[in-house]
Ligand binder design. Sequence first.
Ligand code: AMP
Length: 188
Amino acid sequence: MRNLVLFGPPGAGKGTQSEFLVKHYNLVHLSTGDVFRFNIKGGTELGKLAQSYMNKGELVPDEVTISMLEQEVEKRPDAKGFIFDGFPRTTAQAVALDKFLEARGVSIESMLALEVEVEELKKRLLARAETSGRADDADPSVIQNRIDVYNAETAPVANFYKTAGKFKSINGLGSKEDVTGRLVAAIG
Ligand code: AMP
């Protein structure tokens, strides 16, 4: 089983690159942000709860996010592996994911971290707002908060995978194809 974490700040290209990688490696794409948005559309209790955090650019609490992620993995017993996109976003989530996978006799193969400088991220998110319909992409103060939350709570997750010898840094600038090529080379 090939389980990959696609990591990086908001706007780094995780969703875009996942589209190619899931096809190329025959994996299941699991984006916690997408699952939350699906629940918001469906008006579920989880959606209502998640929306109150997402609107502000805050993280949805760990207990809620971890149990949702585990349920999504369990829905796909036939998966050849997963691309985790937007998860783990805290060290507690990374620890929970490790335990959850270990109990199933599998593990994370590597964390691929897309590196993009902050001014470029802001530009990309505002451009994406034109088509994504995402309120959290359209408001510069929410974008700033997402980046601040990333730096404070999410960036340290890289250390967890560095310690495990699983961290790979990828230059996220350039064309979509350029970045894909770097990812494929890093995955091996
Ligand atoms: P994304 O689609 O990855 O940009 O995520 C959009 C929003 O969903 C984030 O700003 C958070 O509010 C929430 N979210 C997504 N993934 C997580 C996670 N792993 N932990 C907590 N909140 C999350």
